[in-house]
Write a protein that binds this ligand. Structure first.
Ligand SMILES: Nc1ncnc2c1ncn2[C@@H]1O[C@H](COP(=O)(O)OP(=O)(O)OP(=O)(O)O)[C@@H](O)[C@H]1O
Length: 259
């Protein structure tokens, strides 16, 4: 399986009415990679994530994950494939009427694959994994700070022990310290668990710390798909603004890259 991409998208075209968002996108993600999707507002980064998990279907093109077309096979095969990825949605998207433990245990309960005791133990394990106190389990989402919400959402995304983790703006809304701590947590979990990660981010610090490859969306396509160093060499107005503007330069200097 090592040579086979975890995600393979070919010829993706996305339209919302007259709005053509993607026009021929190819993207292949190999096991163990951390791919950052970057691009201006409205370039279709979140929509591309939604195509990968089958929440939105493209007008044309093919999406395969784990070596099989997204909607192929029996309902059972699709369900099994579904269990192999976890998603952290923008702003965490916790269920506000459920406490932390119920939120984290939700995917397990939904699939009816674990007993009450097993769920209780797994929730404790996932809370420790995202470095939250056991007592957090009984809090409601409204009682959590922004950083805690992200950690609970991450614990829920990891509940089914996925191989692929999708993160939509994981550090948006966090102050620089909390953002750096969350990035460090994702990096350490990615390492420990050997995860393949695709993340959408506007934050150069986040991608400089995490990404092995960067896919730049512009002009309805992926205009560059390469390491940070190689991306920096690409001549494109968005890349110029994003990486060579004052914020980008400061972030890259902090990450230790001499770009
Ligand atoms: N369900 C939908 N119906 C109609 N238009 C949509 C829908 N979802 C997305 N769009 C449009 O598709 C385009 C891409 O949206 P998307 O949210 O994927 O962009 P993005 O790159 O993630 O943006 P941002 O960085 O601002 O979050 C936008 O013009 C958006 O208005």
């Amino acid at each position: 399986m090592n040579g086979r991409p975890v995600i393979d998208m070919r010829g993706i075209v996305t339209r919302f009415g007259a709005n053509v968002v993607h026009d021929g996108i190819d993207l292949s993600v190999t096991r163990g990679e951390v791919v950052a999707l970057v691009g201006g507002s409205g370039t279709g980064k979140t929509t591309l994530l939604r195509h990968i998990i089958g929440l939105t279907r493209p007008a044309a093109g093919d999406v395969s994950i784990f070596g099989a077309p997204l909607f192929s096979g029996s309902i059972n095969e699709q369900r099994t494939r579904r269990r192999r990825f976890g998603v952290l949605f923008q702003h965490g998207a916790l269920f506000s009427a459920l406490n932390v433990a119920e939120n984290i245990g939700f995917p397990l309960r939904e699939l009816r694959i674990a007993s009450k005791d097993e769920i209780h133990n797994l929730v404790a394990l996932k809370l420790a994994m995202v470095e939250l106190e056991p007592a957090t389990a009984l809090l409601m989402p409204a009682e959590l700070s922004g950083g805690m919400i992200k950690r609970v959402a991450l614990a829920r995304a990891l509940a089914l022990e996925p191989e692929l983790l999708l993160l939509d703006e994981p550090t948006a809304g966090l102050d620089p310290d909390r953002s750096a701590a969350f990035v460090e947590l994702v990096r350490s979990l990615q390492n420990q668990l050997g995860l393949t990660v695709v993340l959408v981010t506007h934050d150069v610090d986040t991608l400089a710390a995490l990404a092995t490859k960067i896919a730049v969306l512009a002009d309805r396509r992926i205009v560059s798909y390469a390491s940070l160093e190689e991306t920096m060499e690409v001549d494109h107005p968005f890349i110029d603004r994003f990486f060579r503007g004052p914020h980008g330069r400061r972030a890259l200097a902090r990450s230790g890259g001499d770009h």
